[in-house]
Structures are given as structure tokens and as C-alpha cells.
Design a binder for this molecule. Structure first.
Ligand code: NAD
Length: 335
């Protein structure tokens, strides 16, 4: 029995979270879900969109499955998603890009994992106007954050039997900031070359990397990069494997792991039994691997691939007309 925090989220969150919990139970994994609430909808009840119980539960269980949470526009309301990552120091945003359904992928050879540094870079939000005619944004790259994200990518490569780590940067132009990231990436790679010589290391300039991902994806395995590049490259990757409805993710710190889909709360289809639960389900599959439930993870992954490849029960985003309930049932029937 595993203890896992569940934040169902809002919008389509509750529908897809329930579907995922049902499929995991059907696969025979026993999880004691510690359900906690967060988001704009709980403001009246708790006086905050992010009650302390959420952190208490995640800190206790160390593992959470999280549905999407809406960030209201123009309300001075900070993103609950960002606040969770910050408070728990989840510095690695990780997006595995794997082809599960041939019909939806742009290239069948894609099997890589993007490690995005999640705490600094251009996303520290330090900006100002310079007079009326210009604006400046400050990009921060530290040795500490660079070292730990690259280390995290190597540790993952070792754990998952991956063969190569590629550091992605623009150090040819940004010689100080990206130069420092690359220098630390090379330092960490030199350390791992002593203990794990089987893992290859190289580096690529980010624009070239984007082209390579599309043209020669088979040459890449684990990619690690600063925040902004990670944001863009991982969405490019999501597009290559079939879009938002299929793209899973996880946020890792030193001890805590929070698993969530790449997509948001899809308010346009919320409550209509139309949402595709697969991206959150693939995130849960990553969680099961983290919990060492490999056999169940493989079985769920295969059941989903079978349903998608058969092409009979597909949600609207994948060009079908099946409901959330129908695709959930089809996956369970395939388990
Ligand atoms: P979105 O991902 O919610 O939706 C984009 C489009 O994709 C919509 O048309 C939606 O219907 C569709 N879509 C997304 N997920 C789907 C699924 N599982 N099945 C079927 N269709 C799906 O992006 P958005 O509209 O830009 O954001 C909506 C809200 O979600 C915003 O408030 C945003 O801040 C929030 N958001 C949260 C997270 C998170 O919780 N980690 C991530 C991204 C966005």
C-alpha cells in the first residue's frame, strides 16, 4: 500500500483524476490517496488557494499526483502550480517524450526525456522599463542550480538505463550565463564519466537542438537545459509525440516528486465528460515507476497504447468522439 497525495485540481482535473485512480486500482496497485484541495475554488473555504494541508500532505507522503489548476487572469492571483513548485523546491521539470500511439506521432523514433531547470533563468521575473522605449529582463544562472539539474539528469539516466545526456544551451552568444551553465554541465559530466563511463555526454546549441529533435530524434536520449529553453523544447516535444492530451510530466526535488500532465485545466470542456485522461494517466505511470510498481506501469502503458493504436475509442482532442468514461473503460478492459 502506497500513501500518495492527490490534488484533483479544477476544470477537467476532477474528471481525469477520478479516471486515473480507477485505472490504477484496476491494475491492482493499492494506493491510499490522501486527497487535498487547492485552487481558486477553495478560497472561500480556507481563505487561500493553497492551504497548508497541501504542503503537509506532500511533505509527509513525498509523492503527489496533481491535476491541473486554473490561474485566473488579471486577478493578482499567483499561480498555485508555480507556488507548489517553489515552496517544495521542485527544481527539475521532467518531460518524457515517448511514442505510445503511432498514428499521433510526427516521428516514430522519438524516445527522449527533457530536464528543464525550474527555478531560475529568465523566469525569475526581474524586469523593468528603461524609459518609455525599452525594457530589460534579467536572466539568472547559478552554479548551484546548474549543477543540481545536470546531476538530476545523470541520476535519472542511470536509474532508467539511458545512454546519453545532452546539455542544451546558447553559450555561443550568452557567454556568461549559458557559458556558466555549460561549464557546470561539463564538470558534472566529468564526475559521472569516472563512475558511469557508459553514459555518453555532449552538448548542443538550442536552435540546432530543435532541428535535430525533428530530424534525427533517434540520436537523443536525456536532454538538460535552463528554464526558458526547457519550456519551449518540451512543448516542441509534446507536439512531436501527439499533443497535449498525451504528454506527461513530473516535478522533482531532492526528496519530493509531484506528477502532473503538461496541459492545463481546459475550462472550455470542463464538466462535459470530454477530457482525455491519458496525459495524467501517463504521468501516473511515471509515478508508479517511481514507486517501483514497474509491472503495473508497463501494463497500463500497454493498455493505453493498444486503445490508441486501435483508434476506435478516442476522445475529441484525438479526433474521436468517445467520452472520458468510455476511454477509461476501454483502457481498463485492455488491462
Ligand atoms: P489548456 O491546456 O488547459 O487547454 C488548451 C486546449 O487544449 C484547450 O482547447 C483544451 O480544451 C485542450 N485540452 C487540454 N487538455 C486536454 C485534455 N486532457 N483533453 C482534451 N482537451 C484538452 O491550456 P490553457 O487554456 O492555456 O489554460 C487553461 C488554464 O489552465 C489556465 O488557467 C492556466 O493557467 C492553467 N494551466 C495550469 C497548468 C497546471 O496546472 N500545471 C498548466 C497549464 C495551464
Amino acid at each position: 500500500m502506497h500513501n500518495v497525495t492527490m490534488i484533483a485540481g479544477d476544470g477537467i482535473g476532477p474528471e481525469i483524476s477520478n479516471a486515473v485512480a480507477e485505472i490504477i486500482a484496476a491494475a491492482g496497485v493499492e494506493i491510499n490517496w490522501d486527497r487535498v484541495e487547492a485552487g481558486a475554488g477553495v478560497m472561500d473555504k480556507y481563505g487561500t488557494p493553497l492551504p497548508e494541508q497541501v504542503f503537509e500532505s506532500i511533505r509527509k507522503n513525498k509523492v503527489a499526483l496533481k491535476g491541473p489548476i486554473t490561474t485566473p487572469v488579471g486577478s493578482g492571483f499567483r499561480s498555485v502550480n508555480v507556488a507548489i513548485r517553489k515552496e517544495l523546491d521542485l527544481y527539475a521539470n521532467v518531460r518524457p517524450l515517448k511514442v505510445h500511439a503511432k498514428a499521433f506521432a510526427q516521428n516514430q523514433a522519438i524516445d527522449m526525456v527533457v530536464f528543464r531547470e525550474n527555478t531560475e533563468g529568465l523566469y525569475v521575473g526581474i524586469e523593468h522599463y528603461v524609459g518609455d522605449e525599452a525594457a530589460e529582463s534579467i536572466k539568472i544562472i547559478t552554479r548551484k542550480a546548474s549543477r543540481r539539474i545536470v546531476r538530476s539528469a545523470f541520476e535519472y539516466a542511470i536509474r532508467e538505463g539511458r545512454k546519453k545526456v545532452t546539455a542544451v544551451h546558447k553559450a555561443n552568444i550568452l557567454k556568461f550565463s549559458d557559458g556558466l551553465f555549460l561549464e557546470e554541465a561539463r564538470n558534472i559530466a566529468a564526475e559521472y564519466a569516472q563512475t558511469h563511463p557508459e553514459i555518453e555526454f555532449d552538448d548542443k546549441i538550442v536552435d540546432n537542438m530543435c532541428m535535430q529533435m525533428v530530424q534525427y530524434p533517434e540520436q537523443y536520449d536525456v536532454l538538460v537545459m535552463p528554464n526558458l529553453y526547457g519550456d519551449i523544447v518540451s512543448d516542441l516535444g509534446a507536439g512531436l509525440i501527439g499533443g497535449l492530451g498525451l504528454a506527461p510530466g513530473m516535478n522533482l526535488g531532492d526528496e519530493i516528486a509531484v506528477f502532473e500532465a503538461v496541459h492545463g485545466s481546459a475550462p472550455d470542456i470542463a464538466g462535459q465528460n470530454k477530457a482525455n485522461p491519458v496525459a495524467l494517466l501517463f504521468s501516473a505511470v511515471l509515478m508508479l515507476r517511481h514507486l517501483k510498481e514497474k509491472e503495473a506501469a508497463d501494463r497500463i502503458e500497454k493498455a493505453v497504447s493498444d486503445v490508441l493504436n486501435e483508434g476506435k475509442v478516442l476522445t475529441v482532442d484525438l479526433g474521436g468522439n468517445a467520452s472520458t468514461d468510455q476511454i477509461t473503460e476501454a483502457i481498463i478492459a485492455n488491462l
